[in-house]
Design a binder for this molecule. Structure first.
Ligand SMILES: [Zn+2]
Ligand SMILES: [Zn+2]
Length: 342
């Protein structure tokens, strides 16, 4: 029997139409006019990706991305004990963690790395520029490096870094893919750039920085130089910048957006969550807290999920910068201190 004949033979419509009631299942099958088993086969061969924020904010960042077999951490800014405790609460195990990827050298992203890497003998993927600025000890055999734009396979996961604007030596964001499923980790970004936009347009889920409310920052008590450092293009993304990026560039298949790295003093979790919830377009908005881990979310892409086509410029789109170069900036430009105020 050919596919077409099978579709015609599938009894999806008549029994329900007589009573006027169409069950959700029948409506689903009716819509696509395919027999049910074909969906089961398609879903059976695709592996979901599990993601969680173990903590997000200037007091520590750690993001877990994994499948059924392996996982990575992006940054490890909590102590080893706290990281273990939070993973245990979520039913996650270090047995699956295969590597730590380091976005930049600020303390809130690297504090836990020396002990976690040593205890679990995990390779630490870090650029030479970031390592030079980080004073933490890692055993030489655990140091691994990465280059921007070059995917690194970790089992079935593939991790690709790209440079971002931030006041660090060699800062990078990451996308992690497993087959058709793509996850983005985009925090500590001074300004949206082409890289960020291009990658955001591919993501099924993303951790996106929404660091500060512009009014709260500008009317707040921080000294002028600190306000400039946060909002001056090499610091952090505001709620408005994150929302503009989200509204202009979210792909139709995005299912989850994690609001990340919220400032303790210049943001309000309820305010930013309401802001995004009101315009979420059905995408689940999750607040990545600075006090506790989020739940573990299951993300599943599909082979037909094509990234949105690139749009060079448009009056309807917020302005974006050219991407920063993929090489370490001069040493004196970097400021290794991450103030806990951010
Ligand atoms: Zn940070
Ligand atoms: Zn930072």
């Amino acid at each position: 029997m050919t596919e077409e004949e099978r579709v015609k033979a599938a009894p999806t419509k008549a029994p329900f139409r007589k009573t006027g009631y169409i069950s959700p299942e029948a409506r689903f099958q009716d819509k696509f006019r395919r027999p049910r088993w074909s969906f089961q086969i398609i879903f059976a061969v695709r592996m979901p990706v599990y993601i969680t924020s173990l903590n997000s904010g200037s007091n520590g960042n750690c993001y877990y991305i994994g499948n059924d077999r392996e996982a990575i951490l992006v940054d490890a800014g909590l102590s080893c004990r706290e990281t273990e405790k939070r993973m245990r609460r979520l039913g996650l195990s270090f047995e699956k963690v295969r590597a730590i990827f380091v976005s930049h050298e600020h303390d809130d992203h690297i504090k836990g790395i020396p002990i976690i890497a040593k205890k679990y003998q995990l390779p630490v993927y870090i650029t030479a520029g970031t390592r030079q600025q980080s004073s933490f000890p890692i055993e030489d055999h655990l140091v691994a490096s990465f280059q921007a734009y070059e995917p690194i396979p970790i089992g079935d996961l593939s991790v690709t870094a790209f440079p971002k604007f931030h006041d660090a030596a060699d800062p990078h964001s990451f996308i992690i893919s497993d087959g058709p499923t793509i996850i983005g980790v985009f925090t500590d970004i001074g300004a949206p750039c082409e890289h960020l936009v291009r990658h955001f347009r591919k993501c099924h889920a993303a951790f996106l920085e929404a660091n500060y409310d512009e009014d709260m920052l500008h009317k707040g008590s921080y000294p002028y130089h600190l306000k400039r450092r946060i909002s001056g293009g090499q610091g952090h993304l505001s709620n408005r910048q994150a929302l503009e990026l989200f509204l202009a560039h979210r792909p139709p298949f995005m299912s989850h957006l994690f609001l990340a790295h919220l400032s303790q003093n210049n943001n309000d979790p309820d305010l930013v969550q309401d802001l995004f919830n009101g315009q979420s377009g059905g995408i689940r908005i999750v607040l990545a807290s600075r006090y506790e881990e989020t739940a573990v979310y299951t993300i599943q892409g599909a082979p037909g999920d094509e990234p949105l086509p690139w749009v060079e410029t448009s009056p309807d789109l917020p302005e974006i910068r050219k991407a920063p170069p993929a090489r370490p900036r001069k040493r004196q430009e970097a400021d290794p201190r991450q103030l806990s105020l951010f």
